[in-house]
Design a protein around this ligand. Structure first.
Ligand code: FAD
Ligand code: NAD
Length: 487
């Protein structure tokens, strides 16, 4: 008879759920992952990996074109079919057998099906009809903890007519087999900014519709300005301050089934006619059908957790949530960090320890609060960690900032002819430690970890002064920022 009881049951086998299960198994507990679709989740198949694969070839081509001597060797255009084939190899053609092998080797039981809580530590799993599932229902029980790592799904705004034209979401835009001739992207957060660039590189005529006055509105203002300028130079039609009012499908040519006409988008700045729309307008929690009401929580909400990722307001404290579902920081690396912390807290508590989520202890995801690193993989890249200047001011911190044009650093001028980029350091003037860093420029993502170490370590500026960047690297921007600050 199948085993229906595990120490820990993880609902959702995305990157985050996988790490959490691995962590508790390494600490001697038994664990099962319940996954409704592909083990590996959004990041592996419809988000980080395919989107970065779609972006990388165009970026590499531009990088070569920006170095005299190499540019002369670039004689062709991007090979779109080869880019798409490379993308397909990164998603393993949307086949998760490698991941399942990994889980097997790691001692994790994987059940393919959809789980629904039916009470404390209990759930019913409707097994998938295909693959290893049989469509039957199984009731499972956890001895110690359940971790809801069910992720999020794309939000489609309530614009009249939008749903009816079946817009692309990030899933379609990362898995499409060909470039639409004309593509409108609604929303200029990370998804819209990156995928507008990818499909422009792959041959679509892209119009990016930005609701506010700039792209990437939650980042330092210069970040969105640099990316918008590069997008426009690359041929993207970037429209700011635009409101999409309605969407309608125009008549096709009458060529039979599948012959859909183009799409008309009505905006307050006039009509735009395209062949496809990408709704890149944020995420919603995948908790609508998770049985949350059976444990006293409201379905369809983000799960509110403490720093050990234990869900607040659940009697007995057996429910945890890491990754997108808790809405603390919607990034794979940050979700996996939460999973390591959460897994350790679950294992310690199962062994009778209190495992209090004291700041910066193994049981608290403290970095979520003011030290989240992120890279937007546009060209130029945007890399940031910690607080923007405005966010620091809003938190009552007395700030002073230092800014520098990265192109003036010797290493940057060697990296690319005419390197254009900008960096900003946000300093807490009372404690004299960095609380935020943002850089925009080619390859800026690889400047980031030094900044993350400085922010997490709360490294005092007078000690940072002794961290000498090697010459001639782009990292010399650190020295220039400290000099600009007045050291
Ligand atoms: C286009 C795009 C690009 C991105 N690029 C990056 C990037 O470059 N870097 C980065 O750090 N982040 C990136 N992100 C964000 C990143 O993808 C997410 O933060 C990450 O995937 C969240 O992982 P997760 O495990 O929490 O959720 P998910 O990956 O969504 O996994 C949740 C899993 O739960 C399963 N599930 C849901 N409900 C149930 C249920 N009831 N029963 C069983 N299984 C269930 C789902 O099938 C899914 O597999 C990107 C996002 C998008 C959309
Ligand atoms: N490189 C990365 O790390 C990476 C890449 C992609 C996504 N992500 C993560 O995935 C999550 C989702 O990204 P996202 O870009 O979809 O969400 P987002 O919430 O960051 O951005 C969505 C944007 O759409 C705009 N918007 C919403 N409704 C609109 C409308 N009707 N018209 C015009 N604009 C509208 C919003 O103002 C917002 O700026 C983010 O939290 C992000 O951190 C990370």
């Amino acid at each position: 008879m199948a085993d229906n009881t595990y120490d820990v049951i993880v609902i959702g086998g995305g990157a985050v759920g996988e790490v959490l299960a691995e962590r508790v198994v390494k600490r001697g507990l038994s664990a099962a992952i319940i996954e409704a679709e592909l083990l590996g989740g959004e990041c592996s198949y419809w988000a980080c990996m395919p989107s970065k694969a779609l972006l990388r070839s165009g970026e590499a081509l531009r990088a070569a074109k920006n170095v005299e001597g190499a540019t002369e060797a670039v004689t062709g255009e991007l090979d779109v079919a080869a880019v798409l084939a490379r993308r397909d190899s990164f998603t393993n053609n949307w086949d998760d057998s490698n991941q399942r092998e990994w889980a097997n080797g790691a001692g994790i039981t994987v059940l393919k099906g959809r789980a629904r809580l039916v009470g404390p530590k209990r759930m019913v799993v409707r097994m998938n009809d295909s693959g290893d599932g049989d469509g039957a229902e199984r009731t499972l029980e956890a001895r110690h903890a359940v971790a809801a790592c069910v992720g999020s799904f794309p939000r489609i705004p309530d614009i009249p007519g939008l749903r009816e034209v079946r817009p692309w979401t990030s899933r379609d835009a990362t898995s499409a087999k060909e470039a639409p001739r004309r593509l409108a992207v609604i929303g200029a957060g990370p998804v819209g900014s990156e995928l507008a660039q990818a499909w422009n590189d792959l041959g679509s005529q892209v119009t990016l519709l930005v609701a506010g006055d700039r792209m990437l509105p939650t980042l330092e203002p210069f970040a969105g300005e640099y990316v918008a300028k590069a997008h426009v130079e690359a041929g993207i039609d970037v429209r700011t301050g635009v409101t999409v009012q309605s969407v309608t499908r125009l008549a096709g040519t009458g060529g039979g089934e599948g012959d859909e006409g183009p799409i008309s988008i009505q905006t307050d700045q006039g009509e735009i006619v395209v062949d496809q729309i990408l709704a890149a307008t944020g995420r919603e929690p995948s908790t609508g059908d998770l049985g949350l009401e059976t444990v006293g929580l409201e379905p369809g909400t983000w799960l509110d957790v403490d720093d050990s990722c234990r869900v607040n307001g659940v009697e007995g404290g057996w429910l945890y949530s890491a990754g997108d579902t808790n809405h603390r920081a919607l990034f794979t690396h940050q979700g996996k960090y939460q999973a390591r912390i959460c897994g350790d807290a679950i294992a310690a508590r199962a062994q009778g320890e209190h495992a209090a989520p004291v700041a910066w202890s193994p049981y608290a995801a403290t970095a979520d609060h003011g030290a989240v690193p992120a890279v937007v993989f546009t060209d130029p890249e945007v890399a940031m960690v910690g607080l923007t200047e405005q966010a620091a001011i809003d938190q009552g911190i007395t700030v002073r900032v230092a800014e520098y044009e990265i192109g003036n650093v010797a290493g940057a001028s060697l990296y690319a002819d005419g390197y254009t980029g900008h960096a900003k350091l946000v300093v807490d003037q009372e404690r004299l430690v960095p609380v935020g860093f943002t850089a925009v420029g080619p390859g800026a993502g690889d400047l980031l970890h030094a900044a993350t170490v400085a922010v997490v370590g709360e490294v005092p500026l007078d000690r940072l002064w002794h961290a000498v960047p090697a010459y001639p690297t782009v990292s010399e921007v650190w020295l220039r920022l400290l000099e600009t600050y007045g050291m």
